[in-house]
Design a protein around this ligand. Structure first.
Ligand code: GUN
Ligand code: ZN
Length: 450
């Protein structure tokens, strides 16, 4: 018995960084936990202990330990908004949101009626996530239920904590890619029953956006949230000025874009709205009051020319809104949350603000987990949480090595500087390894480390 228990234990040694509070609201040093030489103990995929190597090692001297000298270990990244069917149409030239959807997105998503095609892309997509250190994501599938099955089957095989849903869209799009209010309700219901809480999977009711849903469809989406109170709501909101104007035309009786969702019962604690670039002050306040979250997608907002997200307003102390980072592939230009943090920094700079590395790494980990109401399961190294973690190489390229010559950082000041360079220069090359529930799921160099 004792032997068996010990057999399930495993240790990882390296430098550890995670967050225990939100650095937008408290002194950064109080939010950061940093162990230059730490030991993380894993048991059956869960975190059993974290401490300084010198303090814990004697207690765990009989268990296997994987050492990562000069590497920084973080909780897995959380991508709060991404479209798996758009993987292959990343970097489509020349259009802004509404034209981009018609010209590139709808024809691409039409291919996901074919389950074998959907399965192939779901695998490519998940490979890409793990390679970029993303261990949890909130994912748009396509309108076809088969596309949801393909995604969840692939995620379940890899034991990933993923949230996804079938797109609901019953107007303003070609027939080959629309459903009806009733069919979307029935199909979503069946998919919730099939997938929600299967293994680590969770379901999000996913109307595409107000433009492609009738009021009836949005109301039925709201009904699903009533019937299944712990599923998520995932949609787009106030991304682009032409989009906002079109929503006002389509819903003249409403008080604005967010109100369209509110009247349908779609604004609550488990609601995640992508973008929010064009939100009004009143809408920010309403999101704060409802404890809803925004997925901020800077690479996408710059790529489609949508605009600059107002971090300072979303994270205001008076009306705080939960915010996570989203890549928004395929309007986003990188699967990497490091590259997403890079663009977020520039977006803040253009508004006279600076986003520290600790703030953006918080958004990419615990902040994302909080946006998805998963902070009791993932997001940092608290004992009892699921052991999804990533090993970062801050010297992944010769230039990064030149920029970050002295590792590990010996103080929080040194760490802040090294971590900032990582968020500016890092991408998939900086992800040495990704662990899912304590097991190595991706290794950059293609071997199990010693
Ligand atoms: N709004 C509605 N659909 C989409 C989409 O697929 N991508 C983005 N960026 N915005 C949207
Ligand atoms: Zn999107």
């Amino acid at each position: 018995m004792h032997q068996n228990l010990n057999a399930s234990l495993h240790g990882i040694r390296g430098s550890f960084l995670d967050f225990i509070a939100d650095p937008f609201y408290q002194v950064e040093q109080d939010c950061v936990r940093y162990l230059p030489d730490g030991l993380l103990i894993l048991e059956d995929g869960y975190i059993k202990a974290l401490g300084a190597y010198q303090e814990l090692a004697a207690q765990y001297d009989k268990i296997p330990i994987t050492a990562y000298p000069n590497r920084l270990i973080l909780p897995g990244f959380v991508d709060t908004h991404i479209h798996y069917p758009q993987t292959e149409m990343i970097a489509a030239y020349g259009e802004q949101l509404l034209e981009w959807l018609n010209q590139y997105t709808f024809p691409t998503e039409a291919k996901f009626k074919d389950p074998s095609y959907a399965r192939r892309i779901a695998d490519c997509f998940l490979d890409e996530l793990l390679k970029n250190g993303t261990t949890t994501a909130l994912v748009f599938a396509a309108v076809f239920p088969e596309s949801v099955d393909a995604f969840f089957e692939a995620a379940d095989r890899r034991n990933l904590r993923m949230i996804a849903g079938k797109v609901m869209m019953d107007r303003n799009a070609p027939d080959y890619i629309t459903d009806t209010a009733e069919s979307s309700y029935e199909e979503t219901k069946e998919l919730i029953r099939k997938w929600h809480h299967k293994g680590r999977l969770l379901y999000a009711v996913t109307p595409r956006f107000a433009i492609t849903s009738t009021e009836k469809q949005l109301k039925l989406a709201g009904q699903l949230l009533q019937e299944f109170p712990d599923v998520y709501l995932h949609t787009h909101l106030s991304e682009n000025t032409k989009e906002v104007a079109f929503v006002a035309e389509l819903f003249p009786q409403n008080q604005g874009y967010l109100d369209v969702y509110d009247q349908a019962g779609l604004v609550g604690e488990r609601s995640v709205f992508a973008h929010g670039v064009q939100l009004t002050d009143a809408e920010f306040r309403r999101l704060s009051e409802a404890k809803a979250a925004i997925a901020c997608c800077p690479t996408s907002n710059l790529f489609l020319g949508s605009g600059l997200f107002k971090f300072h307003q979303a994270k205001s102390p008076e009306h705080p809104v939960k915010v996570g980072l989203g890549t928004d592939i395929g309007a986003g230009t990188s699967f990497s949350l490091l590259q997403t943090a890079n663009e977020a920094y520039k977006v803040a700079q253009l508004q006279g603000q600076s986003l520290s590395a600790f703030k953006s790494l918080y958004l990419a980990t615990l902040g994302g987990a909080e946006a998805l109401c998963l902070e009791d399961k993932i997001g940092n190294f608290e004992v009892g949480k699921e052991a999804d973690l990533i090993v970062l190489d801050l010297q992944a390229t010769p230039l990064m090595q030149l920029r970050n010559p002295h590792l590990p950082a010996q103080s929080l000041g040194q760490l802040a500087e090294a971590a900032f360079a990582l968020t500016m220069m890092g991408d998939d090359r900086a992800i040495q390894a990704t662990y899912i529930m304590g097991r190595l799921a991706y290794d950059r160099d293609g071997h199990r480390p010693v």
